[in-house]
Structure formats: structure tokens, C-alpha cells
Design a protein around this ligand. Sequence first.
Ligand SMILES: [Zn+2]
Length: 303
Amino acid sequence: MLNKKILLIAACCLILSSCGSDHSSAKKNGSNSTQNLSSGANSPAATNQEDVAVESNDNALNSENGQASEEDMEQLATTPDALEIPEFKYHINKAYRVAPNEEGIEKKVVLLTFDDGPKEQEMLEVMLDTLDKHEAKAIFFVNGYRVKSNPDLLKLIHKRGQIIGNHSWDHIDLKKEAADSARKQVEDVQQIVSETIGESPRFFRPPFGSGNDALHGIVEENEMIYMTWSNGSLDWDAKFKNKPEGIINNVMEQLHPGSNILMHELPWTAEALDELLTRIKAEGYGFVDPRTISVQPQDSPDS
Ligand SMILES: [Zn+2]
């Protein structure tokens, strides 16, 4: 009798523990809180993630013997956070700040952005390591001509889980360009980035923050979110060249909920970054994951 009881208890434990592991793996896949990887900027947030997982598995099983080849597995393993895309929570408002899509979402956040790359591996690696240290994601707004010279650096940014944005091909004032020339400046970058890392940018920032209605239209047609910034670090200003402390002070003085922080791939910014992120966190701010930024919902609190 006693033995039977023990057996029964043991069987229950076994069932419970296997239930537990099922639950945890379901949670890890996060089917309720993830986006479909292939979704564009306009897609709804809560698309089931399983489609993506199935697609990836199909690819992995495409090799001759029906088993995933080493190359396939490596490709899956190096796709950054492929199965962990968070849901849309924020948008860029008219003042180019990051704002919550609905009440109840944390307002005290900042968006980190770095323009004018990809430039130089050593500096870039310092920035990527610092972002990792603070578990922060940023948008790297790149120029097409630099991507053409440094495709491996673009791949590095992407592989390290950071987000690529479009900053035009030549870094020219697009407001002064004819519409067809401005379109080429935008769309050639979409193309080279897509060819290099397999996906096109979802974010656009015009050089010098300079744009017009035609440019807004072109960016929208390419399913990108347009932004300038709301907190300029002035790291591009000759006055702050080689002055990391000055850059930190500039950002901290302007810090506000939803700060869209403009920085550049520059050595003194790379040097300032660790201390800057530490101080932003000490003020109680979090870092927005750019993948959680959608187009502005019609019924958002600030629409
Ligand atoms: Zn720029």
C-alpha cells in the first residue's frame, strides 16, 4: 500500500515537472509577446511568433539528409535574437521624442542613436561592448557610401544585435534635392543594407535633420519611421572634440522622458559612452529597444 502511494506521488511529480518544463519553454518562445520578424513598420504588434520559428526550422531542414547542416545551424545561431523580438510599445511623436503607445507604459526612457557610420572597427567595437555591458540597444544610422566601403562593419553591428537605420547615401541636404534624387538617396541605402544583412532599415533620419513633405512621403512609402532627434549631444561640434565629459553634460542637461539622443560614431563619444549610460540609468531612465518602436497608433495618448 505504502509502496503504491510512493509510486503514485513519484508519478505525479514526474507529470508536474514535465508540465513545468513545457511551460517554461513556451514562455521562452514568447508567442504572445513577440512580433513576426517579417512584419513591416505598419504591422500589428502581437503577431504570433511561431510562423518565424517554423520558417527557420524549414530552412534548417532543407539540406540533403533532412538534418540541419552545420552551416544552417551557424546561420540560425548568429541571427541576433531571432526568436526574441519584443512587442511594439512606443512611437516617435511630432517632437521626435519616444512616446508610449498607450497609458501604463514606462515614459522614463531614452532612445540611443549613432549617426554617420559605419566607420572604423576598433571604435565601433568599444561602442558595441559598452552597449552590451548596459544591455542597451541603439539605432546606427548609416550612410550608403560608407556601407559600400565597410560592409563587414554593417554586418558586425547587425550581428551584435544592434539596429540599422537609413541616413541617406551621401549625407547631403535632401531638402535641396529634386524628388527623384532624394528618392535615390533613400532607396539605394534600403537596397544595399538589405543586400548586406538581409533586411531593410525601419528607421530614417535625414542628414542635418533637414527634410520636406516630399522626403516624408518617400520615407513613408519605404515603410520607415522618420525622425530627427530631441536631445543633441553636440559631439559633432568642434567645441566638444576630444571632450567626453562635455558630451555627457550636454546630454544630461537636456535629459527628458523620451529623449531621442543624437550621437555619432566618434572616438570621444565612444569614450564617453560608458559613463553616460551609467548616469542616465542613475537618473532612473531605461533604454528603449528600437524594435519596440512602431508607427504612431491613431489612438495614442499624444496623437
Ligand atoms: Zn549625419
